[in-house]
Write a protein of this length. Sequence first.
Length: 170
Amino acid sequence: MKKSRFTEEQITVILREQEQGMATAEGCGRHGISSATFFKWKARFGGMEVSNARRLKVLDDENAKLKILLAEAMLDVAMLNDLNGKILTLAARRDAVAYLVTTCEVSQRRACEVVRAPNSMVRCRHRRPDDAALRARLKDLASERRRFGYRRLNQMLKGDGTVVNLKNVR
């Protein structure tokens, strides 16, 4: 909203001049305002003191902030209702954030707040190398030698020429 050239004190003084008998057109011309502005001020500030006008402005500002908070809360509820069911796993949360960003057109940060997922979970991808071949080889060895533990399987992998850490085998 555009900031007024006049403060609340000036507006109440202009309204009092008109109440004391000055013609509306004369007061408007003297202060450089239109008659529509004068009557709008009269509807809003008519019969008020300066302290009441200040208080009204503070209450209007607070009311505007509360309306914004209410709208955001209602949007959060609508977004959560748009998602189907519970979101328990990290992958489901990541998918839910992507869905909210595309369908509800909110920022990634806002979608993460709604789903209660950390921003880093969505933005950063793991850099772990693909170990599908190692897993398949371990499954084959474990199915052949059922009684061997991970330490012995690691030794067998080393014998095949695969260099792998013991923690990865475990």
